[in-house]
Design a protein around this ligand. Sequence first.
Ligand code: MN
Length: 493
Amino acid sequence: MKSLKFWFITGSQHLYGEETLREVAEHAEEMVGFFNQQNNICYEIIYKPVVTTPEEILNTMIKANGDVNCAGVITWMHTFSPSKMWINGLKAIQKPMLHLHTQFNKEIPWDTIDMDFMNTNQSAHGDREHGFIFTRMGIKRKVVVGYYQDPKVIERMGKWLNVAAVAYQGADIKIMRLGDNMREVAVTEGDKVEAQIKLGWHVNTYGVGDLVEKMKEVTESQVDDLMEQYKESYTFADGILEDSSQREAVRYQAKVEIALKGMLEEGGFSGFTNTFEDLHGLKQLPGLASQRIMEAGFGFGPEGDWKVAAMVRVMKMISGNKGTSLMEDYTYHLEGGNEAILGAHMLEICPTLAEDKPRIEVHTLGIGGKDAPARLTFSGKEGKAICVSLVDMGGRLRLIILDVEAIKVPYDMPNLPVARVLWKPMPSMLESAEAWIYAGGAHHTAFSYDVTAEEMIDWAELMDIECIHINKSTTIPNLKRELAINELLWKFK
Ligand code: MN
């Protein structure tokens, strides 16, 4: 993704004369130079010559479309640039668009300001003209407002560029499905053709037997090496390495990890699903193996949930694989005034959420009828996070984002040998759950400390899918109205 670039296009017109246009170009180049020195901007911004005619605008946009490394276009009107000149260019552009509403000059020079200065520093109305034409043409774009050196502006810009780059690269997401959906489950189902058209995701099935065959190629010395890595990265439950059956259970997961990761890498996959209902030939449900593969940056969905697998991958791309995992709303704490949700899964929570060193344990699993699987157990960190669910509404996809505050797990829960996170959802546990249920959100989510709601809203907009954000300002009547309006709106899109 680091080879991706964004083009910076400054609009103007000939009315101002050559000298002003030279000044506009110098300023734009200086701004681009500044952007390229910022740590929060992870992609190179390419300065493009100032555009002043309909032909120049159209040509620049066509070139942007044709450059595979161009992940998006940033526009800014230093001066006034009549927007009818932009119509053909904006009709042509197929890349994500950011309208940066900024000004080269930070403060008004009160003592020296004259009409020349006013005419050169005209973003205040040049960008309004520019905004109108986007809105008139119904073109989606991100608007970021503020002085271009303001750290907040740089941060918002940098985050959007990253999301746009992920959206642009999203077409490469390939999910390997080992087995189908868990029988009779509705919310994890969906239209894979629609997902490929809309989101670019390739979701295809592979036999779990392919994995079993691949595991036969894994050597004992490969497993020995991986066991050494486990010893460096995690602690082991007491006595586990001395007990031959438990040690073998861990070694078995290591074997699954090596074989499955090999299959994913060889096929260019960025995520996978499995299901406990189809483990033919496997001795254990992959637990530690799935956690390790997620930790390496892959998406994962249990029970055949390919939507959550791809969402975990998307959010790992956005966060740079920090603090992001599959999650499931598991059980509630309903003590009045102190309500919380305990999130976990049967086994498969990504160790990037852990507050301390995860621990390898082996326990029987009451579901699936297989041998006791090895897994990593830990508690999640404290802090702000989001839960994200993508559901198929039949004819359209809906993204649901929930703001939560993860809190310290106050008890050891010695009889609960799975990774877990405890959180308080916004605006409150009860209203949040009511809102989530009205919105049709799933029990599986992609959970992240390191991706913001704004980033996911931007992603949904870039993907042109419906988006609902449940947050501290959500009220049930407003949410129900929003859902009702969306029902109509998306029918006519
Ligand atoms: Mn589940």
